[in-house]
Design a protein around this ligand. Structure first.
Ligand code: PRT
Ligand code: ZN
Length: 210
C-alpha cells in the first residue's frame, strides 16, 4: 500500500502547531526532536521534519506529497504547488518599515532608497507593481538592525506583534503581504484518496476550533 509523506517544520514557530494539528487529526506518531522522519502508526503516512525553507521545493519535486509551511516561504521560493487549505496559525504580515524619525512619507519616497530584506523576490514584485525603484539589499537575518547600522533606509520583514519593530525604533509603513500556515501538495495529486481523507480530517479539526 502507498505511504504518503508530509513535510513539516522541524523546529521554529510552526513546528508545535503543525504537530498539534496532525495529532488532533487522530494521527499517532513519535515527535522525536532528533529524527528526520517519523512514521504514523495508524495511517499510511510518514512525517518529514525539515527547515521551513526547504518544504516548498520538496513538495514541488514530489519528495514529499504534502507540506505545512508559511505562505511567505512559498511565495518567496516561487514554486508551483497546489494550495489545499489555510490553517489559521502562523499569522503575520510582510511589511516595509522605516525609522521613526524619517522623512519617508509616501511609497514614492522609497525611490532611490535602500531596503534590507530576507524576502527579495516578494519585495521586488511588490515594488515593480507599484512602479517604485528602490535598491533591494538581501541579507540573511537581523534585518531590523540594518537601518540603525546605516546599511539601509528601510526594511521589509515579517511582523506579528510589532514589538521587534518598536524596540528597534522602526514603524510599519506599507503592507506587502499577509501570511499564514498553509497545507500544500504536489500539483496534480490533490484528488488522491489518501490526501482527500487527510484534508477532510484537517477541515473537521479546524471547524471544531471555530
Ligand atoms: O529553522 P527554520 O528555517 O525552519 O525556521 P525560520 O527561522 O526560517 O522560521 P521561523 O520559525 O522564525 O518562522 C516560521 C514561519 O512562521 C515564518 O515563515 C512565518 O510564516 C511565520 N511567522 C509568524 C513568523 C512570525 N510570525 C514572526 N513574527 N516568522 C517570523 N517572525 C519574526 C520576524 O521575522 C521578526 O524577526 O519575528 C519578528 C517579529 O515579531 P514581532 O512579534 O516582534 O512583530
Ligand atoms: Zn527558515
Amino acid at each position: 500500500m502507498k505511504t504518503l509523506k508530509i513535510a513539516i517544520q522541524k523546529s521554529g514557530r510552526l513546528n508545535e502547531k503543525s504537530v498539534e494539528l496532525l495529532k488532533n487529526c487522530g494521527l499517532n506518531f513519535e515527535n522525536y526532536k532528533s529524527s528526520l522522519i517519523s512514521p504514523v502508526s495508524n495511517f499510511p503516512l510518514e512525517i518529514l521534519f525539515l527547515r521551513d525553507d526547504d518544504i516548498p521545493e520538496y513538495v514541488q519535486d514530489g519528495i514529499a506529497d504534502l507540506g505545512i509551511v508559511g505562505e511567505n516561504v512559498i511565495e518567496e521560493t516561487e514554486v508551483d504547488v497546489a494550495y489545499l487549505q489555510r490553517l489559521g496559525f502562523g499569522k503575520c504580515s510582510l511589511k516595509i518599515a522605516v525609522p521613526n524619525n524619517n522623512s519617508i512619507a509616501t511609497l514614492e519616497d522609497l525611490n532611490g532608497k535602500a531596503i534590507a530584506t530576507t524576502y527579495p523576490v516578494i519585495l521586488k514584485k511588490f515594488l515593480e507593481e507599484k512602479g517604485i525603484n528602490s535598491e533591494i539589499r538581501t541579507i540573511s537575518g537581523s534585518v531590523e538592525i540594518s537601518p540603525g547600522l546605516g546599511l539601509s533606509d528601510a526594511i521589509c520583514d515579517l511582523v506579528s506583534t510589532g514589538g521587534t519593530l518598536k524596540s528597534n525604533g522602526l514603524k510599519p509603513f506599507a503592507d506587502v503581504m499577509s501570511s499564514e500556515a498553509i497545507l500544500i501538495s504536489n500539483k496534480g495529486n490533490e484528488n488522491d484518496d489518501l490526501i482527500q481523507e487527510l484534508i477532510q480530517r484537517i477541515q473537521s479539526v479546524l471547524r471544531a476550533k471555530e
